[in-house]
Design a protein around this ligand. Structure first.
Ligand code: LRH
Ligand code: MN
Ligand code: MN
Length: 388
């Protein structure tokens, strides 16, 4: 196995974007439970996100969702975030909550609806210009519920045209990432259901268009790390939305359901040079905390990503290649899984302390009094939710 000190050096490359919406209330279609201290404004969401970074050193950027995080002055919001020690990251568009998009947005039959959806993306690019954000993330709820309901092929053509207009608006240092999802809210077909569709659409646009992989957006049993390896090979992996799932798009704490899968994904990220600020791959969380407190929930997630990255860095790639070349099936598998089964937690606590961070960020948060402070302060107003 690679020695621990060498492996942990690689962790300095790790930076994870947290989503603004993780700090608001969320739930299922049955109930959204309120939580004391929940932010009422984007400024309060950013303040909470800053706590995650302060205690872990892992989460220097906050992703925005427009119009959920709409403000008058985005440059001022960026300055506010920087004063708290974080930056503003990916800008997510939203064409999934307005009545006008009932039958689609960028794919809609009616040119007026497509125009409105394209203009919304132009507005998102204006936000990026003000915040200095690099990435515009597009996830579309577009699709149909019944065979025959729509012309799937015509919808692909209209999608390509709409994306082309949006792409043409991007600045030199800006990118578009197209997220796919195999079902929901549409149940027969989604217009961007899989990485192949996202790849084909972004390839047609050009090199500033890339694929976003949300780990909760595949059919059960899908080998996600294979998709990661393939997209990195093709130079088309732009970003991740990390979360974990038992059944569908559960949006649970990253690594909670299947830490081994997270390890395998991070191994392919490292193998494909996808780790680090210059890699062009943005590691983002996309989560909802329905029952648990949100700030510790986000801390748990970024720590899980760090822990599985550390274990993946432990894989002895030279020995693994030798075993693979020798056709040593069990030997190769043992080298791979030995790294996974290594407890890196004591070494990570030390790694943090060496960097002036608390060895146990969750305990430090509990001891900080921050939760009590916001519970007391944030009374009145409307708690932000997933969608507000
Ligand atoms: C869709 C999705 C997409 C949205 C977010 C709120 O399921 O993953 O990334 O922007 O959830
Ligand atoms: Mn997502
Ligand atoms: Mn999702």
């Amino acid at each position: 196995m690679t020695d621990m000190a060498t492996a942990l050096n690689g962790l300095d490359q790790l930076a994870i974007e947290v989503p603004s919406w993780a700090y608001g209330n969320s739930g299922t279609r049955f109930k959204v439970f309120g939580t004391p201290g929940t932010p009422r404004t984007i400024e309060e969401k950013i303040a909470d996100a800053a706590q995650v970074h302060k205690l872990t050193g892992l989460a220097p950027a906050v992703a925005l969702h427009i119009p959920w995080d709409k403000v008058e002055d985005y440059a001022a919001l960026d300055r506010y975030a920087k004063d708290l020690g974080v930056g503003l990251g990916t800008v997510n568009s939203n064409t999934f909550q307005d009545d006008v998009y009932k039958f689609g947005s960028l794919t809609h039959l009616d040119a007026k609806v497509r125009r409105q959806a394209i203009d919304h993306h132009f507005e998102c690019i204006d936000v990026m210009d003000a915040t200095g954000s690099r990435d515009l993330k597009i996830w579309l709820a577009d699709g149909t519920n019944y065979p025959g309901q729509g012309d799937m092929r015509g919808r692909q053509d209209r999608l390509a045209e709409s994306l082309q207009e949006i792409y043409a608006r991007l600045g030199d240092n800006q990118r578009l990432v197209l997220e796919y999802k195999f079902f929901e809210p549409a149940f027969y077909h989604m217009d961007v259901p899989d990485w192949g569709t996202s790849y084909a659409q972004t390839l047609a646009l050009g090199e500033k268009a890339l694929v976003c992989l949300d780990t909760g957006h595949h059919a059960p049993g899908t080998n996600i790390e294979f998709i990661v390896a393939q997209l990195l090979r093709l130079g088309k992996l732009g970003s991740f939305d990390f979360n974990s799932r038992f059944y569908a798009d559960d949006d649970l704490i990253v690594g909670a359901a299947d830490p081994y899968q997270l390890f395998r994904i991070m191994y392919e990220v490292i193998r494909g040079d996808g780790l680090g600020p210059d890699s062009g791959v943005a590691l983002m969380l996309d989560q909802c905390h329905n029952l648990e407190e949100k700030i510790p929930g986000q801390i748990r997630s970024v720590l899980n990503v760090q822990e599985m990255t550390a274990r993946a860095l432990l894989v002895d790639r030279v020995a693994l290649a030798e075993a693979q070349n020798d056709g040593d099936v069990l030997g190769a598998n043992a080298i791979f899984s030995d790294a996974f089964y290594t407890d890196v937690r004591p070494a990570l606590a030390q790694w943090r302390e060496e960097r002036g961070l608390p060895g146990d960020p969750l305990a430090a948060f509990a001891a900080s009094g921050y939760q009590k402070k916001i519970n007391d302060e944030r009374v009145g107003g409307t708690q932000a939710g997933w969608g507000a």
